[in-house]
Design a protein around this ligand. Structure first.
Ligand code: NAP
Length: 330
């Protein structure tokens, strides 16, 4: 049972998102949830060479999963594979090169490299840029990395996630920062206003939460969830938010604490039937500060815009043969 002071500490945000919040919430965890043998299960983790993604990959490997580290940089990806193999004693960890922001690379990865059967897909790769950057297809970089790449990868791997004996799972690593932004598609490419990386980050993290809900509705054969990890010490936070990193110091969670709910959603039996819900510290939470969801029209607008951007990036289909154009037998 939650005591009144828990509600106050959670409302403070700091004493909820920080390491003390994790320790307090963890008193309600069932340790048996993560006492699982993942032998035979194939888990893909994007952005697995650093921070929360690396810690997630490590926990999965320690439970005997086959873990594929989807990283954009070959040196960093290979180093993560070598280090994680040494740390866990697992030989079932492999680095696969993939730049999530590049929709051509996502299509190449799905067609040529991704395994035939997948149990878990974790969308962890993320960034908070200080200046506006564009992806190879000309999309603002947080939109490409947090939204378009992961959505395309999910769509291309959907059947492979559904082909195993267990219900396939997709986990979106969003951020508590998304609480600051309502779903908006206004100038989402940042062409008409001065760039603000914090806002771009939070808006695309909000989109991740909505997309996870939409995918859960559309793909009942899979479990699709989003979550936020609280505030964890990672190279990304140190690089992008140096003042915040310095101020919080030891109050920050460890990467493993930040990864805990990612791993729980990926493998715990207790999580399997909770598709569509948004989690923090293994507990379903409202993704809205005042509990009010955006309109169905606004959610539909997001879905349609994403599908349009993905279609624009699709390779042109080969021209139909002349006989087909003029009608068979004509
Ligand atoms: N740490 C926190 O407190 C916190 C709070 C809320 C949400 N999150 C979320 O947690 C996730 C992990 O963040 P983190 O703190 O662990 O940051 P991090 O240490 O910077 O790790 C981010 C990972 O994403 C990778 N990445 C970025 N762009 C990519 C791309 N285009 N293709 C493939 N990989 C790409 C990075 O690769 P490189 O090494 O090549 O850059 C890195 O491996 C992010 O989605 C972040 O938004 C973190």
């Amino acid at each position: 049972m939650r005591l009144p002071h828990h509600y106050l500490l959670d409302a403070s945000v700091v004493f909820s998102f920080d390491a003390s919040g994790f320790r307090r919430h963890a008193r309600a965890f069932d340790p048996a949830d993560l006492e699982v043998d993942l032998s035979g299960r194939v888990c893909l983790v994007t952005g697995a060479n650093s921070g929360i993604g690396r810690a997630t990959a490590r926990e999965l490997a320690l439970r005997n999963a086959t873990v594929l580290l989807l990283c954009r940089n070959p040196e960093r990806g290979q180093r993560a594979e070598d280090e994680l193999r040494a740390e866990t004693g697992s030989e079932s960890i492999r680095f696969h090169q993939l730049d999530l922001s590049d929709l051509v690379d996502v299509r190449r990865y799905a067609a040529e490299t991704a395994p035939e059967r997948i149990d878990v897909l974790i969308h962890n790769a993320g960034l908070l840029p200080l200046e506006r950057q564009l992806s190879p297809q000309g999309h603002e970089i947080t939109l490409a990395t947090h939204v378009l790449g992961p959505l395309l990868l999910s769509q291309l791997l959907r059947e492979r996630l559904a082909s195993g004996a267990r219900r396939g799972r997709i986990v979106w690593v969003s951020s508590g920062g998304m609480y600051t932004q309502a779903l908006s598609l206004r100038d989402v490419q940042w062409e008409e206003r001065d760039y603000d990386g914090v806002v771009a980050y939070a808006q695309t993290k909000r989109m991740q939460v909505v997309l996870a809900e939409l995918l859960a509705e559309r793909w009942p054969e899979l479990a699709v969830n989003s979550m936020h990890p609280g505030w964890a010490d990672s190279p990304g936070v140190e690089r992008s938010l140096p003042t915040f990193h310095k101020l919080l110091g030891k109050r920050l969670r460890t990467p493993a604490q930040g990864a805990d709910t990612v791993v729980w959603l990926a493998v715990a039996d207790a999580a399997e039937a909770r598709s569509g819900e948004f989690f923090f510290d293994r507990e379903a939470r409202s993704p809205y500060l005042l509990g009010k969801q955006e309109s169905p029209e606004r959610r539909r607008e997001l879905w349609d815009a994403c599908q349009r951007w993905l279609a624009e990036s699709a390779p042109a289909s080969p021209p139909e043969p002349a006989s087909a154009q003029s009608g068979a037998g004509a």
